[in-house]
Write a protein that binds this ligand. Structure first.
Ligand code: UDP
Length: 239
């Protein structure tokens, strides 16, 4: 059952349940897409009805940020867990590795997807990396043709939000992939260019603070995030 948080419908799943649901989507011979909204998505979706529609049409919507989990709690609709996009991506790679499937990596600066692919193959040797494409292209249709020609089963779309979600909703079913996931900066992490917060920070729900420490230029972008909690409180009292 979906749980609505500030206009966006989330699947209320643990990481393991999300992995099982994702594995089922990867089994089915038709296109599916997964979104991993964080608080920035909620603020953007409020102002962009098309983005909200695309998020709410996804086969799975997983709460990527601790801010979403807190908002859900404030609204009196607690979610079981935060399911970071990168962890869901790792679970899907493990699943693809088991069946020896095909992976396409789309997004990030030139060279990043190739490096990410190399590191992924070192960990999941049964996967075939069927193609890569950087995320700074002009012609969406040419990229679609390249992805479709590579015949992927699993497609990571890492163009930043809302570009990646809109790309998946518009072109996804023409790629022939079974599962596409919108994953933001995850290719930078797989490539080793950006490190994830240590587990101790993650456990305290402070992954955002670690990111801010490492990338202080994000301060402006992140300053608006407490607004999500304020809006959640507003919704709670309205009801
Ligand atoms: N990106 C891209 N094409 C664009 C804009 C961004 O491929 O037109 C990439 C960018 O290089 C980065 C990722 O999209 O790898 C998204 O990064 P962001 O920090 O916005 O996402 P987050 O990590 O916050 O989800």
């Amino acid at each position: 059952m979906k749980q609505e948080i500030l206009g966006v419908n989330f699947d209320n799943l643990t990481r393991e349940e999300a992995a099982r649901a994702g594995a089922r989507l990867l089994e089915e011979d038709r296109f599916h897409y997964v979104v991993t909204p964080n608080p920035e998505f909620l603020l953007a979706a409020e102002k962009d009805p098309d983005f909200r529609r695309v998020l709410n049409s996804a086969d799975l919507a997983l709460p990527d940020g601790i801010g979403v989990v807190y908002s859900a709690k404030i609204m009196g609709r607690p979610l079981k867990a935060r399911v970071p996009g990168i962890e869901f991506a790792e679970d899907m790679l493990a699943c693809l590795d088991e069946r020896g499937g095909r992976l396409f990596l789309l997004g990030a600066r030139p060279g990043v997807a190739e490096k990410a692919g190399e590191n992924i193959l070192a960990r999941y040797p049964n996967i075939t990396l069927c193609g890569t494409q950087d995320g700074y292209f002009r012609d969406e249709e040419t990229v679609l043709l390249k992805v479709a020609a590579a015949r992927p089963d699993l497609l990571f779309v890492c163009l930043g939000a809302p570009k990646q979600e809109k790309w998946m909703a518009r072109w996804g079913r023409h790629t022939g992939a079974r599962l596409a996931i919108g994953l933001g900066g995850v290719l930078d992490v797989f490539a080793g260019n950006v490190e994830r917060a240590p587990e101790s920070w993650q456990k305290l729900g402070l992954e955002w603070a670690y990111r801010l420490k490492k990338e202080p230029q994000r301060a402006g972008r992140m300053a608006r995030l407490p607004l999500v909690l304020v809006k959640a409180a507003g919704e709670r009292f309205k009801k």
